[in-house]
Design a protein around this ligand. Structure first.
Ligand code: NDP
Length: 280
């Protein structure tokens, strides 16, 4: 079998076009503020892409660039200003923050109504309670890719590889809410390969290049690869060995061009949702 390739670029482009149409009819421009601290080049690229994508759908985006020497108190003051700013519907603090910040406290300071990354305890709690409001962007993108590929989740055995607050845990919560039977695996899971082989839907979010091999994948399974890993030779690969797994899987996402484009599109959707619910 050769797997159906789930085209994240295409699904993200369709979502952005829908968002642009909805935003054009609003009569106002939703506002997104992205806070970037320090000079990490990868973060700077992500922020530039977010800015460009926001402008493309009619969102008024601004980036607040702060020097490495910014203190926790300075950053909290910036967030307080953005919380109070009526033109700002969404606030995103680009992660990871430099090591001298208490990241949890910074996230906690964001008004949950403007938390378009879905990471505040309030939004994480709403998701865990089964009444999601602003859902983390990458997990939301994973669910949209599964929907776009027509994958049935009800009653399906799903395995999420990785239990981070950013990706693994919210993906597991969303799959559970969609009536899948979910195993959440991590670095202490015994016989990971056997656990993976039982899954009809496998979501990999570990940050280990090409860790998932063909003999970890059940015949016909759907494989969603969240991983983004830069190899020493400059190549970008996922957590799944794509070329060998596509020969076994029923459907699979590539890296790049799978989950990545969905993350930004879902950030834009969250900004629209935040704007609509704040201004209701
Ligand atoms: P984290 O490092 O926060 O979490 C990794 C998880 O994988 C942990 O739960 C860890 O287990 C588990 N893990 C690590 N090594 C192993 C192993 N050998 N066997 C089993 N489990 C293991 O990563 P993130 O969740 O933030 O990101 C995961 C990947 O997704 C990265 O490649 C990242 O770049 C990518 N990513 C992509 C995005 C996109 O837009 N496409 C957005 C966000 C992330 P334990 O908890 O036991 O330590």
């Amino acid at each position: 079998m050769t797997a159906h390739i789930i085209d994240g670029k295409q699904v993200a482009a369709t979502l952005r076009a829908e968002l642009a149409t909805r935003i054009a009819s609003l009569g106002f421009r939703p506002g997104l503020a992205v806070v970037l601290v320090g000079d990490d080049p990868a973060s700077a690229v992500y922020v530039r892409n977010k800015d460009r994508a926001a402008g493309g759908v009619g969102i008024a985006a601004r980036t607040i660039r702060l020097p490495m020497a910014t203190t926790q108190a300075d950053l909290l003051a910036v967030i307080a200003d953005l919380n109070a700013d009526g033109d700002v519907d969404g606030i995103l603090v680009q992660l990871p923050l430099p090591a001298h910040f208490d990241q949890a406290a910074v996230i906690n300071a964001i008004d949950p109504a403007k938390d378009v990354d879905g990471l505040t305890p309030t939004n994480a709690g709403l998701l865990a309670a089964g009444v999601p409001h602003l859902v983390p962007c990458t997990p939301k993108g994973v669910m949209k890719l599964l929907a776009a590929a027509g994958i049935t989740l009800r009653g399906t055995r799903a395995l999420v590889l990785g239990r981070s607050v950013l990706v693994g845990k919210p993906v597991a919560a969303l799959l559970t809410a969609a009536d899948a039977t979910v195993t959440l695996a991590h670095s202490r899971t015994r016989d990971l390969a056997a656990e993976c082989r039982r899954a009809e839907v496998l979501v990999a979010a570990v940050g280990r290049p090409e860790m998932v091999r063909a003999d970890w994948v059940a015949d016909g399974a759907t494989v969603i690869d969240v991983g983004i890993n830069r190899l020493a030779d400059g190549r970008l690969v996922g957590d799944v060995a794509f070329d060998e797994c596509r020969a076994v899987a029923g459907a699979i996402t590539p890296v790049p061009g799978g989950v990545g484009p969905m993350t930004i599109a879902c950030l834009l959707e969250n900004t629209l949702l935040a704007a609509l619910s704040r201004r209701r």
